[in-house]
Ligand binder design. Sequence first.
Ligand code: AVI
Length: 321
Amino acid sequence: MPRQSPLGLYDFEPQRKTFRDEVLQGLQDARKELPSKYFYDDVGSQLFEQICEMDEYYLTRTELSIMQEQMQEIVALLGPHCLLIEYGSGNSTKIRMLLDALQEPAGYVPIDIAKDQLLRSVAALSLAYPELEVLPVCADYTSNFKLPLPRKPVGQKVAYFPGSTIGNFDREPAKRFLQQIARVCKGGGLLIGVDLKKDFNILHRAYNDSQGVTAQFNKHLLVRMNQELDADFQLNQFGHYAFYNPGQSRIEMHLVSLKNQTVRIGDIDISFKLGESIWTESSYKYTLEEFAQLARSAGFTVERVWTDARQLFSVQYLKVV
Ligand code: AVI
């Protein structure tokens, strides 16, 4: 059962038990790896918002401009009285654009793993949209949890998954997650942002910004382990390393050890060789056809695809079959 707290939050306490277990498992494997969801505590979420505002990170502003241009058509597809379910709502900026345009939405369910940010954004949204029923859920959105329902009758359920966060899933988990959304939104659809394959240099700049914010975001995992798991990572002894792997169609983000070293996590020692890395994130890039195939395999049809003039990014509306 989730804990109910002020502002009607359904709290499934997603980070309480798992962080330590997943860290120790990930760092004791032959290939060291950490789940990228752990970037997103309060500070990590703020660092990510900073990334979204940077010139080099074309994704956010391109997606927003596509949404702005196509809003009339989007609203017509979502229809009146829809229940909007946002997976990974962050600071809920993008949703405002939709909420401003939609015809009497039945409710809004923001789902996020970072509780404080979720509560802040819900408080702000409730002030800005007093008529709207907001049903916040603090959970790892890939886990199985029961979706709260609004009091008003629902036209159709529409999931919103912007930002190309689907790119942070490997192929099979991406399919499973889309299948999960298809089950939740039976009879409805999914409005999703998907980043497209493009010139490697543009990709490289987006994940290696000149101000070093992405590096700080990456190293935030080390900071969290130091603060929450009693670890002693020295931040300057690990380097941010992000590159496009064309064979796998993904940006890979790593933290590379700059020397032979042993790090303590609580009472466990983890050794690193010079040049050994912790793989912290993948960000897959798709062609429109590749993504359509993935969507079909998960039980959707691609109803509509919008892109920018340079075909950097796409916003897509998928219908549950
Ligand atoms: C959240 N996600 C879509 C971002 C991405 O582009 O993969 C996370 C990110 N990692 C580095 N910069 C941004």
